[in-house]
Design a binder for this molecule. Structure first.
Ligand SMILES: NC(=O)C1=CN([C@@H]2O[C@H](COP(=O)(O)OP(=O)(O)OC[C@H]3O[C@@H](n4cnc5c(N)ncnc54)[C@H](OP(=O)(O)O)[C@@H]3O)[C@@H](O)[C@H]2O)C=CC1
Ligand SMILES: CC(=O)[C@@H](O)[C@H](O)COP(=O)(O)O
Ligand SMILES: [Mn+2]
Length: 391
């Protein structure tokens, strides 16, 4: 029986993960669940899944969580704050960690799980964009394994021999990441001046949290995924291509030197990738329906529009710059997306803000996690200054 900690249990990835766990009670048990501030939603999950530990990230809500668990007659322990997340990720209550917190807030527990040698199911792409090689080093030292949950990386993992082999020795020419193009595919910059958060969060194919939905709309999501693919598979920026595929049925591809291109297809439902990562190297039923190819009929592909969706170009630029540039990119983007969702920043100003912060903070060499966190803070402060000067 695998004991699974789900960090970000109340979110979109969290609920898909719990759906799979509920379908396979003989294989999996949800032993630790966490949320940020949604106490009632977390308690409802505890009533259903009876974990050993529930963690609320906001320390001010620990008392409320403990009282509500007790009132519900649950024996589940309550804990709070980022350090409780880190301790649980490394502790004895779980052998598998699903990293499904959104943003840099997921970094600490992801690194802690890696250092502790857990099986790490990585959805929280921001943590690998921030920490890159340091996360992989922690994983090597811990002796655990990383299974990519992000649909594109999960697809590539499935198309490579043995998951994450050295590309040069595997005859890989390039990795091809597919992108849906987001809700504004085909539009030009001057047609995006009045975009609202609700419009940006209306993804054409996937049901996801609001931050990643905005990232998909700006194509920053694909940019973060290019950086994620670089670290996970050891591919250079020149070995990673992005192709827009509006049906979102091919989740990504691997192009080999002999002319073969291997693709992983499936309906756009994260339970496929999560089920694969949970059960690997086996496969389990996820209740995702199979593809009806004659009904689909045609698949379409086009080049990404890097002038309208400049975030993708900025992510390639940061990856090529090296050092901690991708940490700066991620922090500036998190501030910009939050400001956009709060109505403080226009949609088109998201790449402008990220570009200004990248220009203000030239990359430095990566030293360790604490110094990366300092740089993350500096980039957020710079982004807030730019924001204040534009409002
Ligand atoms: N959704 C998807 O299909 C995909 C998501 N991903 C990645 O997975 C991650 C999660 O995405 P998604 O599930 O869509 O996001 P959601 O917004 O749906 O869920 C986020 C989860 O993280 C918790 N959380 C938010 N802020 C904090 C914080 N500061 N500290 C601790 N916990 C926090 C939330 O708690 P609360 O409910 O209390 O706010 C919630 O449980 C992201 O990194 C995303 O890029 C990758 C591929 C696909
Ligand atoms: C489901 C998933 O993995 C998301 O990251 C998805 O890829 C978003 O779609 P686009 O970024 O391609 O619009
Ligand atoms: Mn993805």
């Amino acid at each position: 029986m695998k004991q699974i900690a789900i960090f970000g249990a109340t979110g979109s990835i969290g609920s898909s993960t719990l759906d799979i766990i509920a379908r396979h009670p003989e294989r999996f048990r949800a032993s630790v669940l966490s949320a940020n501030r949604q106490v009632d939603a977390l308690v409802a999950l505890c009533q259903r899944f009876e974990p050993d530990l529930a963690i609320i990230a906001d320390p001010a809500l620990e008392g409320e969580l403990a009282a509500k668990l007790k009132a519900a007659g649950l024996r589940c322990e309550a804990a709070a704050g980022p350090s409780a997340l880190d301790q649980a990720a490394a502790g004895p209550l779980c052998d598998t960690v699903v990293a499904a917190i959104v943003g840099a807030a997921g970094l600490g527990s992801t690194i802690a799980a890696a250092r502790a040698g857990k099986r790490l199911l990585l959805a929280n792409k921001e943590s690998i964009v921030i920490s890159g090689e340091l996360l992989l080093q922690a994983l090597n030292e811990g002796g655990g394994e990383l299974l990519p949950v992000d649909s594109e990386h999960n697809a590539i993992f499935q198309c490579l021999p043995g998951g994450r082999p050295p590309l040069a020795r595997s005859g890989v020419r390039r990795l091809i990441l597919t992108a849906s193009g987001g809700p504004f595919r085909g539009r030009k910059r001057d047609e995006l001046t009045t975009i609202t958060p609700d419009q940006a969060c209306k993804h054409p194919k996937w049901s996801m949290g609001r931050k990643i939905s905005v990232d998909s709309a700006t194509l920053m999501n694909k940019g973060l995924e290019v950086i994620e693919a670089h670290h996970l598979f050891g591919a250079s920026a020149d070995q990673i291509d992005v192709v827009v595929h509006p049906e979102s049925l091919i989740h990504s591809m691997v192009d080999y030197v002999d002319g073969s291109v291997l693709a992983q297809l499936g309906n756009p439902d994260m339970r496929t990738a999560i089920g694969y990562a949970l059960a690997w190297p086996e496969r389990i039923d996820t209740a995702v329906p199979t593809l009806d190819l004659p009904a689909i009929g045609k698949l379409h592909f086009e080049e990404p529009d890097l002038e309208t969706f400049r975030c993708l170009a900025l992510a390639f630029q940061a990856l090529r710059a090296g050092g901690d540039a991708t940490t700066i990119l991620n922090a500036a983007n998190e501030v910009a997306v939050e400001a956009f969702l709060n109505g403080q920043l226009a949609f088109n100003a998201i790449p402008d803000l990220v570009e200004r912060v990248l220009a203000e903070l030239p990359q430095q060499s990566v030293v360790d996690i604490p110094s990366l966190m300092d740089r993350d803070r500096a980039a957020r402060e710079a982004a807030l200054r730019v924001l204040a000067s534009t409002c």
